[in-house]
Design a protein. Structure first.
Length: 543
């Protein structure tokens, strides 16, 4: 593999800002920044961080919703040689404590202003016993968090500092940031274990941004709407790609269909990137979306079973749907369809690897490459992948093999052209009476029912069959359905052992950053059935 020229995130952004300084870079409901304005704001944020005595190579947390300030601090980190750690604003106090301690944060930047129902200063006070208030000082001395020196609010006035001093801004006494210096730590969403911090260099983020621009053929000045949170790689990575193309990135603090449609009507984006069906289907189901000006939408990004993809494509017939394969450790996005691909490929595959990555499908037991079309574990390596889990070499060694390939834990196949197809999680395989059952196969079938908006299948223990499939179903707006009708829809279409034994209807899903937490669905039903005097499930419910 030919290695591309190393880049820094700062260098890539400055090049765009010098080329199109007066073009809108970032748009929110009430805020709009040109590239020049965003660059100047980021320089001021670098001054603020310097006033917190943040040193080169140190890490600071960003506990804030999607907003221009978060982007400004990310750029400021690139200017200073510091490392930004976006934190999930949905975390509760124990999860927040874990990230602060695990990443050895020197500072946390948050907001004093309310964010909908969120009171982030109150969350910090709960997470950090001994913290009196959010201020810009560097006086903290919390025994449980020896690295943490400051908790500051970004909406407070900046303390005076000399931008030409040792901040790395203006006079640059710190020297230029190196391409291999850490820029970002992104915490995986986690399921049953604590989330782990994936470390990415300047080079990784900058190079992957360029690779995405080339694959998706993002033209100069393109406008994208993307509501994904900035504590998720789907937010930061695609924003970085739009910046690399000199485009305009449109986002929102919190996804609501009303605000999304208002932004689409006002900004006329050429690309919609909701990505996940929990967002996409909410948008399409809103009656107001039917009258939104979407004729100019060129592309829509979505990852979902083929049946759901086809439904989305039908709803936007003048756009070309494209899909992707992503996982945090491989820089968020490692494979994309090309807009030039056939509809079959765009609706049913994830496309080939981006420039800079090598992907293989291997036998889960043998770690040997499998022939074209066979299902196995997807593994990948490349200059854009994470350098490891911060402070956790043992966990890193568990997922990177002796050849440098990261093991995704995902069940995939590849054709002769290297096009990846996703078939579910390896651990999302149920063992029903000794028969392997893919959850995604059953979910795909359920998704073909016109009344079903979204379906998730999990396995629960069974004394005779080891485990059996159960389905959680969210209905489309205005639709009704019974459990018997759900299972009848499966009858004759799949083997009887694959048909869900229980069906539960839901209106809300237990979410991590962007993914449905299936283990919580499983635990919920196991507890419910145990309460109904199912002794075979009682021990599981108590575990």
């Amino acid at each position: 593999m030919t290695l591309p020229q190393p880049l820094t995130y700062e260098g890539r952004f400055r090049a765009t800002a010098e080329r199109v300084p007066d073009r809108p870079a970032l748009v929110f409901s009430s805020e709009r920044l040109t590239y020049r304005e965003l660059l100047e704001a980021a320089q001021r944020r670098a001054v603020e961080l310097s006033a917190l005595s943040l040193g080169r190579g140190e890490r600071f947390g960003l506990l804030m919703p999607n907003c221009p300030a978060l982007v400004e601090y990310l750029l400021a980190a690139a200017f200073l040689g510091a490392t930004a750690v976006p934190i999930n604003v949905r975390f509760r106090a124990p999860e927040l404590r874990h990230v602060i301690a695990d990443a050895e944060l020197a500072a946390v930047v948050t907001t004093r202003a309310p964010v909908g129902p969120l009171d982030l200063p109150a969350l910090l006070r709960e997470a950090l016993p001994g913290l009196v208030d959010v201020d810009g000082g560097t006086r903290l001395a919390l025994g449980e968090f020896p690295s943490l020196r400051a908790v500051a609010a970004w909406d407070d006035p900046a303390e005076p500092a000399d931008p030409a001093g040792d901040t790395g801004v203006g006079g640059r006494k710190r020297g230029p940031t190196a391409a291999d210096e850490p820029l970002l730590i992104m915490y995986t969403s986690g399921t049953t274990a604590h989330p782990k911090g994936c470390v990415f260099t300047n080079n990784a983020i900058a190079l992957n941004a360029g690779a995405i621009v080339r694959r998706l053929e993002i033209p100069d000045g393109d406008c994208w709407w993307n509501p994904l949170p900035f504590f998720h790689m789907g937010g930061i990575m695609l924003m970085s790609s739009v910046f690399a193309a000199g485009g305009t990135f449109v986002s929102q603090a919190h996804f609501t269909t009303a605000e999304a449609i208002a932004l689409i009507e006002r900004e006329h984006p050429a690309v919609l990137y909701p990505l996940f069906p929990t967002i996409t289907m909410d948008l399409l189901d809103d009656p107001s979306f039917a009258s939104a000006p979407i004729d100019d939408v060129r592309l829509i990004g979505s990852v979902a079973p083929p049946e759901v993809q086809a439904r989305i494509q039908r709803a936007l017939p003048n756009s070309r749907l494209f899909s992707a394969y992503g996982i945090t450790e491989l820089c968020g996005c490692v494979a994309f369809n090309s807009p030039r691909d056939s509809e079959r490929l765009r609706l049913s595959t994830c496309g080939p690897a981006l420039d800079g990555f090598e992907l293989r499908v291997v036998g889960p037991e043998t770690n040997q490459p499998l022939p074209s079309g066979e299902h196995g574990e997807l593994v990948g390596r490349g200059v854009q992948m994470f350098t490891g889990y911060y402070g956790n070499p043992a966990a890193t060694a568990d997922v990177i093999d002796e050849h440098g390939f990261f093991h995704t834990g995902d069940l995939c196949s590849m054709d002769d052209d290297g096009v990846v197809s996703y078939h579910g999680r390896l651990k999302d395989m149920l063992k029903v009476g000794g028969e392997n059952v893919s959850a995604i196969e059953v979910e795909s079938l359920l998704s073909t029912h016109p009344a079903i908006k979204l379906a998730q299948v999990v396995g629960i223990p069974d004394p005779r069959l080891i485990e059996v499939p159960v389905a959680f179903v969210e209905l489309a707006s205005g639709q009704s359905l019974t459990a018997a009708e759900v299972t009848a829809h499966c009858s004759g279409q799949i083997a009887s052992f694959k048909i869900p034994r229980h069906v539960r209807f839901v209106t809300e899903w237990p979410m991590s950053a962007t993914k449905i937490q299936k283990f919580r669905l499983r635990d919920q039903l196991v507890a419910e059935l145990a309460a109904e005097d199912r002794p075979d499930l009682a021990d599981v419910a108590r575990s």
